[in-house]
Design a protein around this ligand. Structure first.
Ligand code: B12
Length: 509
């Protein structure tokens, strides 16, 4: 066992893949790693930590005699909180602090002003090199993928070559004693996610489309240029073996959710998965897909293997998708994809991004008409546009003076407040009307004629209040239905209720 005592901390995410991958790699290199899950998220509200929680975190680090503290800063909205916790750790323990995750990848210059070290991009293998050097008292100044600050000097290193996904160790779900969940007045030992009914997994990293201007891939694709393929797919065998391993340890899995940007759909890959999944895993699963990839045959095969639901972004009107989001999708592709989902009989969760500065009233009308054209039933999830730093969209909006720097995540915390649209959030009357109409549009128990009548009523354009109240009521009925279905499937847990039932900001479904 190596001497250096390492702690890595997940902020408000019990499932955090990044932490678990880093911990697995370091354990492979003989490090004793303390994995800390610091609080969990509540939808549209990431409450600032209580002093008791900070004290418990610091005490835990002291008790474990930690030499280096790593924070996983996934989302830029955590910037201020990560800075605060870094300062508290330094003041209390006097140890160096390392930040890893997508936020330092997006904004390395800003983050290295605060942390002693940052990692940029994926670190699965190179993280071992970094900690081995620290453990052996060697210099880390030139360690690939890491930036090091010493006094006023910053050592910036190029990123390491990307590794094949099959060569990355599985996330560790077997260690119990070195994992802690800090929340409220409690510090609970053990992995907080092994009892979760939903098991999340990635079959790939990166995105084959990658041009959507709002997405992190517009940044990571050029970052990884010359370092290997940024879009990589795991072998089916590696995936199945991970699920076999996970099933032994996470004994309550009722559904597997693939979190890939888009689920791999190459035909031999799908054939192999469809053949192996039922007998070796046999758990229903859900995937994310893109309108450009939806085809009948692979979906039929996946359905036979256990595909239960698909998630697909509509995002905006055809014009906004093509001109501003650089998504080469058409309305026809979306209509066709939904028809295929109905034909295959999978639940379709369609997603829309609201609050963009480009959509005109005509775009909103077009989007509403598209949604009304879709074959029912389908679920509709409304998200508020969050502007992530350094994405193509952020740079364009700043250039065009449509936003100010404080509107960009990092200074802003939009992802904490309106990640999912809440109908009561203050928005212009016309937007409240559109959002209410969209919420009504996918409720299969409401006849479309009724929705068209509500759409035609002029008075809601200036006073959408009654329409919003109707949509809220209908939304609550829907929520109760979803909750009942999930309870019947054994998927409703106190954790899920805490995350999603937030009376201060009810999400739309
Ligand atoms: C899947 C996913 C989720 C899942 C997570 C599932 C899980 N089991 O972890 C869920 C749905 C829970 C989720 C939630 C959120 N997400 Co998310 N998510 C992703 C996605 C698509 C993949 C993340 C992933 O698992 N990657 C694979 C792992 C292995 O990579 P990784 O986490 O980056 O970790 C590697 C390195 O970063 C590094 N690393 C990470 N941590 C550390 C720590 C140390 C010490 C070191 C050395 C290295 C290191 O090493 C790891 C191994 O290579 C990314 C997009 C992307 N390309 O990253 C968005 C992404 C990270 N999410 C994003 C956001 C905004 C969020 C939310 C805030 C949304 C919300 N309001 O709910 C929350 C935040 C939750 C939280 N508290 O962190 C944004 C962040 C953008 C930004 N700059 O803010 C991204 C980039 C998507 C985007 N829109 O572009 N997310």
């Amino acid at each position: 066992m190596r001497q250096l005592q390492v702690a890595i901390i997940s902020l408000y995410a019990l499932e955090n893949n990044g932490i678990r991958h880093v911990a697995s790699s370091l354990r492979e290199a003989d490090f004793r790693v303390t994995e800390i899950y610091f609080k969990d998220w509540v939808n549209n509200r990431f409450p600032w930590p209580e002093e008791q929680e900070v004290q418990n975190l610091l005490q835990l680090l002291r008790d474990r005699k930690i030499d280096v503290v790593g924070f996983s800063v996934r989302a830029s909205a955590f910037h201020r909180m990560a800075k605060y916790l870094t300062e508290r750790v330094r003041a209390s323990l006097g140890v160096p602090v390392l930040w890893g995750g997508m936020h330092p990848t997006f904004l390395p210059e800003l983050c290295i002003e605060i942390a002693d070290f940052i990692s940029v991009g994926e670190t699965d293998h190179i993280v071992k090199e970094f900690f081995v050097r620290l453990d052996e008292g060697r210099s880390v100044h030139d360690c690939p993928s890491f930036w090091v600050r010493q006094g006023d000097t910053v050592y910036r290193n190029d990123i390491a070559t990307l590794v094949e996904l099959d060569d990355i160790p599985f996330r560790d779900f077997h260690t119990r004693e070195d994992k802690f969940h800090v929340e409220g007045d409690k510090v609970v030992v053990g992995d907080p996610f092994v009892t979760n009914p939903e098991y999340t997994v990635l079959a790939s990293r990166g995105c084959p489309y990658w041009t959507c201007t709002f997405c992190s891939n517009t940044l990571t694709k050029p970052l990884y240029e010359g370092k290997g393929k940024s879009f990589r797919v795991r072998s089916v065998e590696s995936l199945i073996q991970e699920l076999e391993y996970a099933k032994e340890l996470c004994t309550n899995i009722k559904v597997v959710r693939f979190d890939d940007e888009v689920f791999p759909i190459r035909s031999e890959w799908v054939d192999e998965l469809a053949e192996k999944w039922p007998s070796r895993v046999g758990i229903p699963f859900e995937v994310l897909c893109d309108p450009r990839m939806v085809r009948l045959e692979p979906l039929q095969k996946l359905k036979q293997a256990g595909l239960r639901a698909v998630c697909m972004g509509i995002q905006a009107s055809e014009r906004v998708n093509q001109e501003f989001y650089k998504r080469n999708t058409t309305n026809q592709m979306i209509v066709d994809a939904q028809r295929i989902f109905r034909q295959v009989d999978v639940v379709s969760n369609l997603q829309i991004i609201w609050d963009d500065p480009y959509s005109t009233e005509q775009d909103k009308e077009d989007l509403f008409r598209l949604v009304m054209e879709l074959e029912r039933p389908f679920e509709l999830y409304l998200f508020g546009l969050t502007i992530y730093p350094n994405t193509h969209l952020a740079r364009k909006l700043l250039r065009e003076d449509r936003i100010q720097p404080h509107h960009v995540e990092g200074i802003n915390t939009h992802a904490f407040e309106q990640f999912r649209v809440d109908l009561n959030y203050p928005r212009p009357a016309e937007d409240r009307r559109w959002l209410a109409l969209l919420v009504l549009a996918n409720k299969a128990f409401l006849p479309k004629e009724l929705i068209w009548k509500l759409h035609a009523m002029e008075r809601f354009k200036t006073d959408p209040g009654p329409l919003v109240a109707l949509a809220q009521g209908v939304n609550l009925v829907k929520m109760a239905g979803v909750a009942a279905e999930m309870t019947a499937r054994g998927e409703m847990t106190p954790l899920l209720i805490k995350r999603w039932v937030n009376p201060e900001s009810l999400v739309t479904m």
